[in-house]
Design a protein around this ligand. Structure first.
Ligand code: NI
Length: 256
């Protein structure tokens, strides 16, 4: 199993990070991808990936932090991209959820990081929240920059939206949300998505799956996401695990 989206750098893990990482293989996890959302967290992700064989880093500036993006940040991201354990640019995207967002700035920062990913021949990991109406035409317009792969993390849009992304060849990841009782929309999409376009994630420490909802999330709970997907798709857990592991290698060619 691979947890393709974790935030291992978060303070909440300070007390038990070492132990948590040491037990990953016992928990059935081959790799965990730790994801940055600003310069500071991206830097910590690279350090963790350097320290631990089973950790890879994904680095980037989240739309909520787009004010911090500038030419020197871009240069720093570019440098990290040459690191063998840095496998993608993310999480980047659009997020119109909280008051005060700047749509134009978010799009500008997203486009610049997409261009960087293209230059570096890297896939991108997308965070999308309350902005699908802008995101679809944006990605269609810049489709020529997306040939190194797109993963939509924590997918929570409608089936109709997914079908547009399906045509564009995007991969999707579902996390703990798919296990929630009140998430029929997400479950419907998970049921529909072809197994060869799907990977697993936790987004830990956030969004712990049932029965840990509301508590701190850990990479090991990715097995609960896998179980739920197997149940929704009426296939065996083994099939989900094997196929998603194969997909990881397709999306992230730097992963051994
Ligand atoms: Ni995240």
């Amino acid at each position: 199993m691979v947890d393709t989206h974790a935030h291992l750098t978060e303070e909440v893990y300070d007390a038990d990070r070492e132990a948590m990482i040491a037990s990953l293989s016992c928990d059935g996890l081959k790799y965990v991808f730790t994801v940055g959302y600003d310069v500071e967290s991206s830097k910590k992700c690279v350090e963790l990936a350097e320290k631990y064989e089973n950790i890879y880093a994904i680095i980037g500036i989240h739309p909520e932090n787009c004010q911090e993006y500038n030419a020197s940040v871009r240069e720093q991201l570019k440098q990290w991209c040459t690191h063998p354990k840095v496998i993608a640019i993310g999480e980047i995207g659009l997020d119109y959820h909280y008051e005060g967002y700047d749509k134009e700035l978010q799009k500008k920062v997203l486009l610049d990081q997409i261009q960087l990913a293209y230059e570096m021949k890297m896939p991108i990991v997308i965070h999308l929240r309350d902005a699908v109406g802008d995101f679809v035409p944006f990605m269609q317009k810049h489709h020529n920059l997306l040939q190194y792969g797109v993963l939509l993390h924590c997918f929570s849009e409608s089936l109709e939206s997914y079908q547009i992304f399906e045509k564009m060849g995007f991969y999707v990841a579902f996390g703990g949300t798919v296990t929630f009782k009140n998430a029929p929309k997400v479950q419907k999409v998970a049921q529909y998505v072809p197994l060869d376009k799907l990977v697993l994630e936790t987004d830990c420490p956030y969004l712990a799956p049932t029965p840990y909802r509301g508590q701190i999330n850990y990479p090991k709970y990715v097995s609960l996401v896998a179980q739920k997907i197997a149940e929704l798709k009426q296939c065996s857990l083994q099939v989900v695990l094997e196929q998603t592991d194969q997909n990881v290698k397709k999306i992230f060619p730097k992963v051994k």
